[in-house]
Ligand binder design. Structure first.
Ligand code: PMT
Length: 222
């Protein structure tokens, strides 16, 4: 029997949104559905990889053969990602992680009183940058969700976060990006650029996994 191309590789994928609690009943979050990250997990699993998804709260079935670690906040996702990345060959950061969390979460439901109120936010750790800074780091692939100057911001994130690759999407275009069934990506490494046009997230994930595998092989001189 022929061996599958990703047999023997461990892939770790973050997916979905994070939720940052305000009080026991409220949170800050975003529109990520998890569809893109779960499609990548499924594509890598089908090619023989051992796949774990670190997932924020989503309404999706875990793809067959994949392991799921459920988290809620960015801090929880950060902790799980750093613990699991040490034994991963490839890390794909598809989650839409909240950049900030509430600095002091109220222990009781906040009561309505004044006409205006302020929430104090503090920066969350950058999960993909911290994984990329590990001594025994996996091949690290980030995403860039942009509404303008997509290529410039994506290349900036690739360099600043010391990533091996970055998949950029324009999340201002209707019918792609957050929560839709389709997406389009432009994938950058230090030396290459590859445009993956609008298609289903399922088909797109297969092409992205193929690009990751090709770039990984190149970086290992295979
Ligand atoms: O989930 P879907 O509905 O299918 O939508 C898919 C998607 C639009 C969410 C996905 O394609 C996507 O773009 N994911 C990344 C979203 C994002 O947060 O992008 P960013 O440009 O803000 O972050 C850049 C990179 O840093 C990302 O890899 C992100 O996971 C990572 N990050 C960001 C902040 C943080 N604190 N830690 C991180 O690891």
């Amino acid at each position: 029997k022929k061996q599958l191309p990703l047999a023997g590789q461990t892939w770790l994928i973050t997916a979905g949104p994070t939720r940052e609690a305000i009080d026991p009943v409220r949170y800050i979050s975003n529109h990520s559905s998890g569809k893109m990250g779960y499609a990548i997990a499924s594509a890598a699993q089908s090619l023989g990889a051992d796949v774990t998804i670190i997932s924020g709260p989503v309404n999706l079935t875990t793809p067959a053969g994949c392991r799921k670690v459920a988290v809620t906040s960015a801090l929880e996702m950060h902790q799980q990602a750093l613990a699991l990345a040490a034994s991963a060959d490839v890390f794909v950061a598809c989650a839409a992680v909240a950049d900030y969390r509430i600095s002091e979460v109220a222990s009781e439901k906040i009561k309505k009183s004044q006409d205006s109120m302020q929430l104090n936010l503090i920066k969350n750790p950058d999960i993909v940058a911290d994984v990329a800074a590990m001594a025994n780091k996996p091949f690290t692939v980030g995403f860039a969700a942009e509404t303008q100057d997509v290529e410039q911001y994506a290349r900036d994130k690739l360099t600043r976060k010391k990533l091996d690759m970055i998949a950029a999407n324009n999340v201002a275009t209707a019918g792609q990006g957050f929560n839709s069934d389709d997406n389009a990506l432009t994938v950058f490494s230090a030396t290459d650029k590859k445009v993956l046009p609008l298609m289903s997230k399922t088909a797109l994930a297969k092409q992205l996994v193929e690009q990751i595998q090709l770039t990984l092989q190149k970086s290992r001189g295979q």
